[in-house]
Write a new protein. Structure first.
Length: 322
């Protein structure tokens, strides 16, 4: 186990079933633990899921003899829900309580024993604080494919050239924290994600950091002006109204404080929106002279523009049922 991450290898199982198992295990394993999906050749396996047909092979038996780690066989057909009897998970999977019991009795107790055998040592953090440059450099096309992860395991593999992301299937709607980091992706990295669906990289990054409030400090101060280049696409419906209203303002170029005041939103919410836009490479800080939102010279023009915005927001609400 790496920190609070459990290293799990799945072998001999189709991609479709593998993704289903990953989701089921994420539901079952306590959320205080992250999950790191690794290759069977990795020496740091904590749990192995193996096709029943391959269980007796020499390579698998060698791994189990060396580490004495928990192993769950996966088989087709209706079987006993008492997993502890044969350490076998039958598909289609139905017995959630039995799996939870097995995880508690076999996996968590194994991890607890392993940790008790390790010498005590002071934890040392080697990861620098995430800053704007670190995140900007991430999207450099020269990086090609990167593996993104944090202290709860893999988030995604991204392709900075084709602008797509392949996600770890249990973390499609998620957030991250200051343990966020990345490295060049290798062939084995792809065992950690599902490639059934490709996500737009900028949209996915915006959603990830919109929900990751620890990064709000990266936003410009409230007196700065910012202009976005395109409208972010919220993945969750409850965010849609706020994101649409903010997008309508910042697509024109606007001051953060002025937008917060006009929309009656906390400045911190507006800064969080801008942070997500910055990290997803959407727009940038502009001079005040280039801001067009509520930029007027007379009271009559101010009234006219505000009337236009009210009608515009009204159309948005009706269109999206907000």
């Amino acid at each position: 186990m790496n920190g609070h991450c459990i290293n799990i290898a799945i072998s001999g199982i189709s991609l479709k079933v593998s993704d289903e198992l990953k989701i089921e295990l994420r539901k079952t394993i306590p959320h205080e633990f992250g999950i790191n999906w690794i290759n069977i050749a990795d020496p740091n396996i904590d749990l192995l899921l193996i096709n029943e047909n391959f269980f007796e092979t020499e390579g698998i038996q060698r791994i189990l003899e060396q580490k004495q780690l928990p192993c769950l066989k996966v088989a087709k057909g209706e079987g006993s829900h008492h997993l502890e009897e044969h350490n076998t998970l039958y598909l289609p999977f139905q017995h959630t309580d039995a799996l939870k019991h097995w995880i508690q009795q076999r996996l968590l107790s194994y991890l607890s024993h392993q940790q008790s055998q390790q010498p005590k040592s002071a934890a040392v953090s080697t990861h620098n604080a995430v800053n704007e440059k670190y995140l900007t450099d991430m999207l450099n096309p020269e990086n090609a494919r990167l593996h993104l992860f944090d202290d709860h395991g893999t988030l995604a593999i991204i392709d900075t050239r084709s602008q797509v992301a392949w996600l770890e299937p249990t973390r499609t709607h998620t957030k991250t924290n200051h343990s966020f980091t990345y490295e060049f992706a290798t062939t084995s990295s792809f065992t950690k994600v599902s490639r059934k669906v490709e996500y737009n990289l900028q949209d996915w990054l915006w959603n990830l950091f919109w929900h990751s409030t620890e990064f709000q400090r990266l936003a410009p101060n409230e007196n700065e002006y910012y202009k976005i280049e395109y409208w972010p696409q919220p993945a969750q419906s409850e965010d849609r109204k706020t994101a649409l209203l903010l997008s309508a303002c910042f697509i024109q170029g606007a001051q953060i404080y002025q937008v917060a005041t006009q929309l009656k939103l906390p400045v911190q919410t507006v800064q969080q929106f801008i942070t997500a836009c910055m990290i997803s490479n959407n727009g940038g800080i502009i001079p005040a002279s280039e801001g067009r939102y509520l930029k007027t010279e007379t009271p009559e023009q101010a009234t006219e523009q505000q009337g236009f915005l009210n009608k515009f927001f009204g159309k948005i609400r009706r269109r999206f049922g907000l």
